[in-house]
Design a protein around this ligand. Structure first.
Ligand SMILES: C[S@@+](CC[C@H](N)C(=O)[O-])C[C@H]1O[C@@H](n2cnc3c(N)ncnc32)[C@H](O)[C@@H]1O
Length: 387
């Protein structure tokens, strides 16, 4: 069994995703005790170090590690944040992680693979310089890099596009996959290709990712809990009326559509402040918006439920958050607020499982190797990055 170490482990949804593939967790780290507690109820505390990544030292890492994962904080890279990029206090924690990896590569066998996950804003942060610096750092450690955008909506009813940087040893990559950058595709869309073209000196590789599913097998209505009509989480009628009254006409029309039975009679809603008023924005594409960590209240996602003939509103529950992240079986022994905190900035389990299975199957020896090399060479553009 191959071993992995997960940094920025949170509640452990990377582990949830990849353990069933045959990966064994030998180290986990996160700074947040509340998340660590949720992790512990699911996986136990063996190997988990609750500490600031800045404080970790290379001798804390176990001897054999084949894969290192890091879904580091997105605050400074997301549109909603301050766009400080990797100079920011939060997203900048990728640097102590990478320095630890570098120290590890110097004093022991380098892990065969590295997986970084963040928002797609990472591609454009500081005009692409942040991602280029990270890729250059990995390249100096001897890795070739593939980039993919994978959206949770292909697996669960949640819109959650995320950028994954997958690094593999260059000696492995050269013998298996061409170091190249090809045509845009669903997982490597135009903005990934643009980034690769803007950085032709970086050692890019194309790992054998197949075409992802076109959409999730289930709909928003299927992940909802059945709360009784007198559950106190439903908003009082008056509060619902005020929000509906303050809605922009097109959002009110969407609620009217729900009352007519469209979208199974349910949709999700975010509250936003507009001109000193709280307004509600309803989604009209039958899936939930991107889950976030509720800080300050405005990023809690709500359900608008019109199945009973009148609009009712409540926050999505912790269990519903878990389902939207594809973590149906995850035990939840904390309240809704802490659960939303944990699942809100976690990864989508089936998305990470799908990606890891195909990107790093060669480490486990599970990839059905069909020599895609020739096909990829045929697609490779003139500027194919230097290997
Ligand atoms: C995007 S979340 C990762 C979630 C995780 N992949 C999961 O599935 O739950 C980023 C994580 O980084 C952690 N974090 C933030 N600053 C940190 C630091 N200085 N050291 C270690 N972990 C940190 C946060 O507590 C949070 O859990």
């Amino acid at each position: 069994m191959a071993a992995f170490a997960e940094f920025f482990a949170g509640i452990g949804l990377v582990r949830e995703a990849i353990e069933p593939l045959g990966w064994r967790c030998v180290f986990a780290n996160d700074i947040a005790p509340g998340k660590a507690e949720m992790y512990r109820t699911r996986f136990g505390f063996r190997h988990f170090v609750v500490d600031d990544v800045n404080n970790l030292t290379v001798d804390q890492l176990p001897a054999d590690i084949d894969l290192v994962t890091a879904s580091f904080p997105c605050i400074d890279l997301s549109l909603a944040g301050n766009r400080a990029g990797l100079a920011g206090e939060h997203s900048g924690t990728v640097w102590p992680f990478l320095k630890l990896l570098a120290a590890r590569c110097r004093c022991a066998a380098a892990p065969a693979a590295v997986l970084l996950e963040n928002v797609t804003g990472f591609l454009s942060s500081r005009g692409g310089k942040d991602l280029a610096e990270v890729c250059r750092f990995l390249a100096k450690l001897g890795y070739a890099i593939d980039l993919a955008v994978v959206d949770a909506r292909w697996f669960t009813p949640q819109s959650r596009p995320r950028l994954f940087a997958m690094a593999v040893r260059r000696e492995d990559a050269a013998s298996r996959w061409p170091l190249s950058a090809g045509a845009p595709s669903r997982v490597r869309p135009r903005r990934v290709r643009d980034f690769q073209q803007a950085n032709p000196g970086l050692p890019f590789v194309e790992l054998p990712l197949p075409e992802p599913p076109s959409r999730a097998p289930n709909r928003l209505s299927s992940i909802l809990e059945d709360l009784s009509a007198d559950d106190e989480r439903w908003w009082p009628d008056e509060q619902t009326k005020v929000l509906l009254h303050n809605m922009a006409p097109r959002h009110r029309q969407r609620v009217a559509g729900l009352l007519d039975g469209q979208r199974d009679g349910v949709a999700t809603l975010y509250r936003r402040r507009r001109h000193d008023r709280t307004v509600g924005e309803v989604r009209d594409d039958e899936i939930a918006g991107c889950l976030r960590t509720p800080q300050g209240g405005s990023s809690v996602q709500f359900l608008v439920d019109c199945r009973g003939g009148k609009p009712r509103i409540r926050p999505l529950t912790g269990r519903e958050y878990a389902r939207l992240q594809g973590a149906e079986q995850f035990p939840i022994h904390v309240g809704d607020r802490q659960a939303r905190m944990g699942f809100g900035d976690a990864v989508c389990v089936p998305a990470v499982r799908w990606l890891t299975e195909h990107a790093f199957g060669h480490v486990l020896g599970t990839i059905a190797w069909q020599d895609p090399q020739m096909a990829l060479f045929e697609q490779a553009p003139a500027h194919a990055a230097g290997g």
